[in-house]
Each structure stands twice: as C-alpha cells, then as structure tokens.
Design a protein around this ligand. Structure first.
Ligand code: GLN
Length: 197
C-alpha cells in the first residue's frame, strides 16, 4: 500500500453558509484533506460530506439547479456518511413543518425551521451526547430547527429541553446546532469515525 492510500478526504458542500468553519473543524478532527463541493464531479473521492448551516431555501434551490441533490443521494445510498448542521439538517429531513422545502429527503424526521427564534435569540449550551463523547458537547444555536418527530430506525443522540437536536440513521447524522462554531471537535471526530467504520 502506498502512503496516502488510506487518507481521509472530507468534503463541505460549498454553495452558501459557514463553509470555512466546517473545513477547519474537519481538519482539526483528523481529516487529511478537505475539499469544497460545488458541482457533482467534486464529490468524487470524497469519503464524508458536511452540509453546513446557512439558508436552507437557498442551498436547496442551488442543490437542485446543479444536480447535486441527485449526486449526493446516490453517494449516500452507496454508503458515504453525511452530516447536516442547522440548515443542513433541514435539507436532510424528509419533512419540514409548514414549508415546501427543496431538499434531499435522506433522513426520516420531521423538522421545524427557526423553531428557536430569530438571530438575536442565538445561544450556546452544553449537551449530553454519551454516544458521541463522555463530556457534554458544546453547541451554538442560531435560528435553529428542532426535530418534532423521528421515524423508525432513527437514533436520538441528544436532546435540549426535551427536544431532539442531534440524531442519526446509519451514516446520516443531523444536528440542529453549529458544532463548528465552538472549539469542541468531538462531533466532527464522531462523524469522521463513520467514514472509517
Ligand atoms: N434558519 C435557517 C434555515 O431555515 C437555518 C439557520 C442556520 O443554519 N443557522 O435555513
């Protein structure tokens, strides 16, 4: 085996949103290489993909326009792990309450957009997520969605005030909050571990 044969290349969907923060977090969490994904061909060689926070309506529209929705669904179907944070969680969800959202439909959950209020209502908390890390993980909520209900086979990894804010089905991971805006890399490490599992 040549050196570099088992290097882990992660991707960040780079249409809109907090892209560089996730790229930095993935590198700190152990990815050897991080690429920006704007077009389907840029998914080639990516072993794990992050869908960042931002504006889910904008990202969803661009996903469809560039044919990235089809490409991402295909790769996830083949086993590529995907991690959606905030707007990214909305894009992964099968159903968005009271909203016709263009998305990926990769996770059987029902989410409510902007459930935690407006930009000024942003807050930071620590969440117990024993499957991810033994110490509580740091989480920043910014106009965040929450999960109203989860379908069969969805594992709830963390709740905040009773609401599901972190969940997983197979290699699809979704967080209401922004782990990349804290210094805590446990969730990005956990995500990358799905690529090597
Ligand atoms: N409120 C945004 C949306 O619905 C998500 C906000 C975020 O990603 N921080 O798309």
């Amino acid at each position: 085996m040549t050196a570099g044969a088992c290097r882990l290349r992660a991707g960040v969907l780079s249409l809109q949103g907090d892209i560089s923060e996730h790229a930095g977090a993935l590198r700190e969490a152990g990815a050897d290489d991080v690429v920006r994904v704007r077009r389907p061909a840029e998914l080639d060689g990516v072993a794990a993909l992050v869908l960042p926070g931002g504006e889910s309506t904008t990202i969803g529209r661009l996903l469809a326009e560039y044919g990235l929705d089809i490409a991402i669904r295909r790769r996830v179907g083949e086993g590529m792990p995907v991690f959606g944070t905030c707007a990214g969680m909305i894009l992964l969800a099968d159903e968005v309450v009271d909203f016709a959202q263009p998305g990926l439909g990769l996770l059987p959950v029902r989410v409510r957009r902007n459930a935690y209020g407006r930009q000024v209502d942003s807050f930071e908390v620590r969440l117990e997520a024993p499957k991810v890390a033994s110490a509580p993980i740091e989480a920043v909520f910014i106009r965040a969605p929450w999960v109203e209900s989860v379908g069969p086979g969805v594992d709830v990894l963390a709740r905040y005030e009773g609401r599901v804010v972190l969940c997983q089905q197979d290699r699809v991971l979704a967080a209401s909050f922004h782990p990349e805006l804290t210094r805590d890399r446990s969730l990005h490490r956990y995500f990358l571990s799905l690529a090597s599992a």
